[in-house]
Design a protein around this ligand. Structure first.
Ligand code: ASP
Ligand code: MG
Length: 407
């Protein structure tokens, strides 16, 4: 007998028929003799609607009330799924975050899970009862409902699997696994049978939307046996595994892209100690996350340029902050671009194989695509390019690294 956590996302519980479909999947796990805890999201579109009501009612002063509103979507789906299961003859009970409780920190709207009390739930699971758990929500130290940030029910599921020491955590979604790249822009993308936590973490933070980045980091820390699979087919999904479990990896795992990027160049900065610290320190104080950074080498006594990328939504604020420090920094000018995309090649294979960067740069050059900024990590190379070339770049790189599916 195994203990399994299943998580169903918004499209999987998008209407009553789909909820009945989820109930049959849960039922078959129960019939195989397993203990099952099911984590669900709100019905597709519901949370968006709730968020916009919370915004539209007036200026938001109180994140505690935001949480009171947006947590309701999951309350509906747990109740509906519990009823659907009961009607199929499966013993089931719904659990809201505060009932378990899932303890979080005090950051309403973007709370982090601190601990989960699993005692009572374990007793119920042992009697064969299915626990139907509301994802995305918890209980803050102030005694009020908290939510984990958008997409947070993945994190709820992984955290519950870790706390219950579950044998498996199956994330059911509307795609049948993790793909080598986004199939919507590269029709030859292929499903991966397995991917390492590290690679998945890179893919998720670089824009692949299948799993919330935080949930991958948490699964990696607690060694949760994670699988991404479709709630609409029986096809096997993608296993997210420990690096050691992957015997040999010759190919790059995937091409990720993140479209909402911007680039800012500060021109003619004095080349002296403390300048970079001053720029990035001020940006950090203003909660602006900077990603890729390059500084041009200046010859003795010359001025230098610093270019960095950041989220498009932060560009206006960053420009304002930089302009405000023109006097103290003493630069000549700034240049901003908001139509850039970050394209990344991800794979453990690049640890052992030289030439990945070369293949990447040559492929882009052959298509006449200019690289504006480059950054690398041990298992990733990212470049910033003009947004209009996104599809061409992704498709060409996908082919160049041998990831295209055969006809
Ligand atoms: N319902 C929440 C959202 O839409 C949580 C989730 O789906 O993971 O962000
Ligand atoms: Mg989701």
């Amino acid at each position: 007998m195994a203990l399994i956590v299943q998580k169903f996302g918004g499209t999987s519980v998008g209407d009553l028929d789909r909820i009945r479909n989820v109930a049959s999947r849960v039922k078959s796990e129960v019939e195989s003799g397993n203990q099952v805890a099911v984590v669900v999201s709100a019905m597709a579109g519901t949370t968006n609607q709730l968020v916009s009501w919370a915004r539209d009612i007036g200026p938001m002063h109180d994140a505690r009330e935001y949480d009171a509103i947006v947590a309701t979507g999951e309350q509906v789906t747990v109740g509906l799924l519990a009823i659907a299961l009961q009607n199929m003859g499966v013993d089931a009970r719904s659990w809201l975050g505060w009932q378990i409780p899932v303890h979080t920190d005090e950051v309403h709207g973007a709370a982090r899970i601190q601990s989960i009390d699993t005692g009572v739930m374990r007793e119920r699971l042992a009697t064969g009862q299915v626990a139907v758990v509301a994802g995305f929500q918890g209980l803050a130290p102030d005694g009020r409902i908290s939510t984990l940030g958008r997409g947070g029910s993945d994190t709820s599921a992984v955290a519950l699997a870790a706390a219950l020491n579950a044998d498996r955590c199956d994330i059911y979604t509307d795609v049948d696994g993790v793909y080598t790249t986004d199939p919507r822009i590269a029709p030859r993308a292929q499903k991966l049978d397995q991917i390492s936590f590290e690679e998945m973490l890179e893919m998720a933070s670089l824009g692949a939307k299948v799993l919330q980045t935080r949930s991958v980091a948490m699964a990696m820390r607690h060694n949760v046996n994670l699988q991404v699979r479709s709630s609409f087919t029986d096809a096997p999904g993608t296993l997210v595994v420990n690096e050691d479990a992957i015997v040999e990896q010759e190919k790059i795992s995937g091409i990720a892209y993140s479209p909402d990027e911007a680039k800012l160049t500060i021109q003619g900065l004095p080349d002296r100690p403390g300048i970079a610290a001053a720029i990035f320190g001020t940006l950090a104080e203003n909660h602006i996350n900077v990603d890729m950074i390059v500084q041009t080498a200046a010859s003795e006594g010359q001025k230098t340029d610093i270019t960095f990328s950041l989220g498009r939504g932060d560009l206006a604020k960053a420009l304002e902050i930089i302009e405000a420090s023109r006097g103290s920094l003493g630069f000549d000018g700034v240049d901003a671009k908001d139509d850039v995309t970050k394209i990344s090649v991800v794979g453990m294979a690049m640890r052992s194989q030289p030439g990945v960067a070369r293949t990447m740069f040559e492929t882009l050059a052959e298509r006449g695509i200019n690289i504006e900024v480059i950054s690398t990590s041990e298992i990733k190379i990212s470049v910033l390019i003009a947004a209009e070339y996104t599809e061409l770049a992704v498709r060409s790189l996908h082919a160049a690294f041998g990831l295209d599916a055969e006809d």
